[in-house]
Design a protein around this ligand. Structure first.
Ligand code: MHF
Ligand code: KIV
Ligand code: MG
Length: 315
């Protein structure tokens, strides 16, 4: 079993056409001596196996939980060594498919992106968003949609809503589907909020969000995303409920943080929310690469000798 898992990890980590770099999946894998003992193999397997949902739940009040979104296999492969969980967010509709909001994202899209992220990762936990219209009408509807995401490789689903969704959350959890909640700024409720607006500004609105957090916890969710709320509210919820809170535009005191990967990489331009910290400027990198390629083609500098094929006699 241990060896089988290692074999699978190695296959996903090192595509045959790439050099054997130290890090793609787990930096520790690259440091193993060739003749590793059985004990070393077992401990390495332990380091490279996937993070479980109960392990994430147990991180309440402990080391911060790191979550980033991923929608594709190559990005999942790059993020996998660094994060505790990869979220296949319904933000994929806006970030990759050019939609104005998340309402048009379908379950089929989420299944395809979940499969891709699963294939590209070996150790991060995999959590997938239930898209709009696939879980709100009944617990049964939510179960059917969640089952498809779990079959696609997710270990848990995330759904938006507070007390209103509590019965659905307990229905799923009782049937073996771990659920992450999502409260505060819930993008699928864009039209009732009147836009992507920060929530819980007045005391009454804050009390309602605290009640939502309590209801989700009692329903059995293993964790909850708190998005776009006033900092003291996010801190108070984190202190109040027994499950880890994952903040986005919330509080540094949350039990973890999540951001949209394309936002931190500088790929989302004007659409980037204020709560994002940018860690790279890939838009500029891509702009420069495309410009250089276009220049080379127009000047007939590309393709060069190394990129084209000649018959033997002509060499
Ligand atoms: N690229 C991207 N990043 C995200 O974080 C994200 C998505 N897309 N799509 C799905 C939701 C939508 N989200 C958003 C989108 C915009 C704002 C936004 O513009 N907020 C205003 C604050 C509005 C107010 O004042 O209340 C801002 O200035 O950041 C917030 C969250 C978060 N999610
Ligand atoms: C921003 C996170 C929490 C999300 O729900 C998404 O990416 O869809
Ligand atoms: Mg989402």
């Amino acid at each position: 079993m241990a060896l089988l898992e290692l074999g699978v990890a190695a296959r996903f980590c090192r595509p045959a056409n790439l050099p054997d770099r130290a890090s793609p999946c787990n930096p520790r894998l690259g440091n193993e001596p060739a003749g590793a003992t059985k004990r070393t193999q077992l401990s390495t397997t332990k380091l490279t196996r996937r993070v479980t949902i109960p392990e994430l739940a147990a991180r309440k009040g402990g080391q911060p939980i790191v979550v980033l979104t991923a929608y594709t296999a190559p990005i999942a492969r790059l993020l996998d060594p660094h994060v505790d969980a990869l979220l296949i967010g319904d933000s994929v509709g806006m970030v990759l498919h050019g939609m104005d909001d998340t309402l048009g994202v379908t379950l089929d899209m989420m299944v395809l992106h979940t499969q891709a992220v699963k294939r590209g990762s070996t150790r991060a936990a995999i959590i997938a968003d239930l898209p709009f219209g696939t879980y709100q009408s009944s617990p049964q509807q939510a179960f059917d949609a969640s089952a498809k995401l779990l079959a696609a490789g997710a270990q848990a689903v995330k759904l938006e809503g507070g007390r209103t969704m509590a019965a659905t959350i307990s229905f799923l959890v009782e049937r073996g589907i771990p659920v992450m909640g999502h409260i505060g700024l819930t993008p699928q409720s864009l039209h009732t909020m009147g836009g992507f607006r920060v929530q819980g500004r007045d005391e009454a609105a804050a009390e309602k969000i605290i009640d939502d957090a309590r209801a989700i916890t009692e329903a059995g969710a293993f964790s909850v995303v708190i998005e776009g709320v006033m900092e003291p509210l996010a801190r108070r919820i984190t202190e109040t409920i027994a499950i880890p809170t994952i903040g986005i535009g919330a509080s540094a005191d949350c039990d973890g943080q999540v951001l949209v990967t394309d936002d931190i990489l500088g790929l989302t331009g004007d659409a980037t929310p204020r709560f994002v910290q940018r860690y790279a400027d890939l838009a500029a990198t891509i702009d420069e690469a495309a410009r250089k390629f276009a220049d080379d083609v127009r000047a007939r500098r590309f393709p060069g000798k190394a990129h084209i094929f000649f018959p033997k006699a002509a060499q």
